[in-house]
Every structure is written in C-alpha cells, then in structure tokens.
Design a binder for this molecule. Sequence first.
Ligand SMILES: NC(=O)c1ccc[n+]([C@@H]2O[C@H](COP(=O)([O-])OP(=O)(O)OC[C@H]3O[C@@H](n4cnc5c(N)ncnc54)[C@H](O)[C@@H]3O)[C@@H](O)[C@H]2O)c1
Length: 299
Amino acid sequence: MRCRAVSNKPSEKTVAVVGTGTMGTGIAIVAARGGAKTIVFDVDGSRAHAAIEQMGRFLRRSVELGRTTNEAGVETLRRTAATSSIQDLAEADLIIEAVFEDIQTKADLFKSLDEVIRPDAIIASNTSTLSITQLASASRHPNRVVGLHFCLPAQLMKLVEVTPGLLTDDSVVQRAEDICTALGQIPVRTKDTPGFILNRFVIPINNHAIRLVEKGVALPDDIDRAIRGALRFPMGPLQLVDLVGLDTQLRLCEAFYSVTHDPRHDCPPLLRQMVAAGHLGKKSGQGFYRYTSTGTFGA
Ligand SMILES: NC(=O)c1ccc[n+]([C@@H]2O[C@H](COP(=O)([O-])OP(=O)(O)OC[C@H]3O[C@@H](n4cnc5c(N)ncnc54)[C@H](O)[C@@H]3O)[C@@H](O)[C@H]2O)c1
C-alpha cells in the first residue's frame, strides 16, 4: 500500500531502502536529502511509517540548527514514500537493504527482490560483516549485487564502504559509487572481507569496552571518558554500542565471529545477558546508560 505521494522529476534517481530500523531510516534521509526519489519499505509496515516520522523530526531539528532550510526539508519529505508492498520497489534504480544482520533473512529478501526489480537495478547490502559474494549467491543477478556499508548515524556520517562481490560487474560498482557521491557521501572501496575496513576496528574496541564492564574494571562512563579523552574519539565505545543497539551488536558479533573465529569478535557474555533482559540501548531506553527519550536520531 503506497501511503504518500512523491514527486517524480525525470532527473532524479529512485532509491529504495529496505528495512527501516536504525540504519535504514538514516540511509533514507541521505537518499532523499541528496535529491533522490526515495521509497522506504519494511516487513513491519508500521516501522516504514515511523521512519518517515523520524525523518521529519530529524529534518525539523536540522532546520532549527540552521543546517538546512525549511523548503529543503519539506522537499526532502515530499520525495519520500513509505510502502508495505515489495511490488512498489519495481521502479527503483538502487535498492539498499538494511534488514537484520542475518544471512537467511537477507538471502530470502534477495530472492523476493528478484521477482520485482528492474533488469538494470542495483541491489546493495548495508551488511557490516557478511560476505557480499555469499549474499549475492542468493540472487539470480549476483553481477548486480554490491556492498554499500553506511556508518552510524548514516544521516550524519559521510563514509560508505563500497564492496564488490566476486561476480559483481565493474560497471555496477562504478554506478553505485557515483550515486553515493551524488548523494553527498564519501565512497571508499574495500575487498569482500569480513568487517571490511571499519568493523575490523570498531567491533573489537566495543567488545573490549564491554569486557571491562563485565570484569568490573571501571564503570561505563569512566571507560567512555577515558577513550574520548585519550584517543579523541567523538563518542565512547559504550555510548556507541547503546546507539548501534545491543541486539545489533550481538548479531554483528555472531556473524563476524562465525567467519573469523577471532576471540576479539566473539560476543561478550554480558552483552548476551543484557539483550536477553531487553536492555537494547538507546532504542529501548536502557543499555550501558539509561535514556529518557528512546529515539536514535540526533540532528
Ligand atoms: N546499527 C548499526 O550501527 C549498523 C551500522 C552499519 C551497518 N549496519 C547494518 O545495517 C543492517 C540493519 O541494521 P540496523 O541496526 O538498522 O537493524 P534494526 O534492527 O534497527 O532494523 C532492521 C529492520 O529490518 C526490518 N526487516 C527485517 N526483515 C525484513 C525483510 N525481510 N524485509 C523488510 N524489512 C525487514 C525490521 O522490521 C527492522 O525494522 C544490518 O545488516 C547491520 O549489520 C548496522
């Protein structure tokens, strides 16, 4: 069911974002703000609608902070439509999936996409840890599958890791990179290797901080202050895990460790316990810190 009218200038690309959780909503902002007609789709239709509301809140805050104009914010929303029907992705030039970090979920999605997308559409995965070549093998069009790994929070961070699988056409990688650049992002190419560049650093650091809490070495705030102060990180690792979502960090560890068998990538028991207790970070109001507002978006 299409819920919002969208403008359709011929010069605009159509970008579809599948999965409107923490990352998908941010990626949708990047796409729509960059001028693309943007369709957001989630298996849970209410989440697709919630994403548009979150986008609106983010854009209004951006206007208040003087980072964009009211007109630009209104136009960005006008370019965006939420849908709960996968058929609505048929017109997309680029589909970016940001569903759960689970190989079967993504493989099933790729098979469903095969039935509806255009013959020249690019299929991109925002996976953090899974092999692009393996994901592509679930599609009838592995030559059109590419990794586009946006960083959290996608609406504020410029980096996109661009990763071809073994069978990806060079022209597809180039087109994907060009679209990212046109949307104002900074693409960086990586090989199809677990964790690409960024998560080779980030996952072990986050796990290390969680293990320090687990062992009672220091409190979360002291660990974060130490890392921010000494290493000049803008955010401490435990603040970051709360923003990423503890459930997502758990899925990332499971997917990453199953490939690398590196103990630094293995899920700390405390993380598992906190997820079981429903402490998912900022999205649930409780993680390593307590939150009064549960949104994961800031301008
Ligand atoms: N959270 C991060 O910090 C981060 C950073 C970079 C990349 N990623 C990657 O982005 C992806 C999404 O992570 P997230 O943190 O946004 O997850 P999330 O749990 O916040 O959101 C996932 C969304 O996908 C939807 N979904 C699940 N199956 C679906 C399907 N078959 N079709 C359509 N929608 C479906 C869910 O309803 C949910 O809204 C993962 O691959 C993750 O590794 C996450």
